[in-house]
Write a protein that binds this ligand. Structure first.
Ligand SMILES: O=C(O)CCC(=O)C1=CC=C[C@@H](O)[C@@H]1C(=O)O
Ligand SMILES: [Mg+2]
Length: 320
């Protein structure tokens, strides 16, 4: 018989310092659910449910409905039977359970993180302060503005970044097939390394992305195409062996994710979903366990939020 856990939850909302602009649109506020499990000995485990519905996870409302229909006392059996169409809930509850016996924070330096740059020419003005903070890998959103203008900014950016910097481009599925060719050609013979172009085409154009991955030296990373475990397994089964961007907080069950990554040894880049310190800790622990090829993790996003609010959440988590 599994032990019971006292369960409580509440929605939270955190405003981005400045709107996050991607091909998916403009994102002003990051909403999520913070949950707490308390076992019979009084040990507490915090979890976070941070859906991204336009990536294919459940919506925040669906996650709230799921939490509302649960009893105040839940068991591991309930947690491990959360359906696959609620991947953010699977992550939130299972990582809260794992947090009960939580180990120390994973120590990482900024050099092991990739910092997210603002879309458009604002990137030209922001990279230096992030470089000074210690970041050496940067991600820039493309397919937000007009392609010729973005290629011009890209040229300036690759010439202004130090030669040891690495740059990732994230199209959020917003390029056309011809534009993807243009960007991949523009990535050749540059003064800095373009590590990969992330999700250049829509999810349904998998075969075109597989073809692009074999046609150019610059790697392609799937993100929206592999947002949850079912998609991850499907793309692997269809032959994808380049980069997989894994967002643990929306991928689903951490134990199933571990099993998949250990079984298939994929080239994974772990990525933030703009979570609080609660899901960040659980995600970075998974990244530390499952990352290969020494790729920076896409968690250089704290600068996108007002830090005083983040500190309050950190204290909530440290002093239940
Ligand atoms: O992966 C990173 O470097 C930072 C996180 C990040 O870029 C994203 C998080 C969530 C949704 C998207 O806006 C975006 C992405 O597409 O990877
Ligand atoms: Mg992405």
């Amino acid at each position: 018989m599994f032990p019971n856990y006292e369960f409580s939850f509440r929605p939270i909302a955190r405003k981005f310092v400045r709107s996050l602009i991607t091909n998916h649109g403009i994102w002003e506020v990051r909403e999520a659910i913070i949950l707490r499990l308390t076992d019979t000995t009084g040990k507490v485990g915090w979890g976070e449910i941070a859906p991204i519905s336009w990536f294919g996870s459940e919506t925040l409302e669906q996650a709230l409905d799921f939490c509302r229909q649960l009893p105040e006392e839940i068991t591991q059996e309930i947690i491990f039977s959360i359906p696959d169409d609620l991947p953010a809930c699977q992550f939130g509850f299972e990582s809260a359970l794992e947090a009960m016996g939580s180990g120390e924070d994973v120590t990482t330096t900024h050099a092991q993180f990739s910092a997210l740059l603002p879309a458009g020419e604002a990137a030209l003005h922001q990279w230096r302060s992030l470089w000074d903070e210690g970041y050496r890998t940067f991600k820039w959103k493309i397919a937000v503005g007009e392609v010729a203008q973005e290629l011009r900014i890209f040229d300036l950016l690759t010439k202004s970044l130090p030669a040891s910097a690495k740059l990732r481009l994230d199209a959020n599925a917003g390029l056309s097939y011809p534009e993807a060719h243009l960007w991949l050609q523009a990535c050749d013979n540059l003064p800095i390394e373009v590590e990969f172009i992330e999700q250049p085409l829509p999810v349904e154009q998998f075969s075109q992305m597989l073809e692009l991955s074999e046609a150019y030296p610059t790697a392609i990373a799937l993100d929206e195409s592999v947002a949850n475990l079912k998609q991850l397994a499907a793309c692997y089964a269809q032959g994808w062996r380049e980069v997989f961007v894994i967002k643990p907080a929306i991928a689903g069950s951490p134990s199933c994710l571990r099993q998949f990554c250990q079984q298939h040894e994929i080239d994974a880049v772990f990525s933030s979903v703009f979570e609080t310190a609660i899901a960040r800790k659980a995600s970075l622990q998974l990244a530390a366990e499952l990352s290969r090829n020494n790729r920076a993790v896409g968690f250089g996003v704290n600068h996108l939020f007002h830090q005083e609010a983040e500190n309050w959440l950190q204290s909530l988590w440290n002093n239940p």
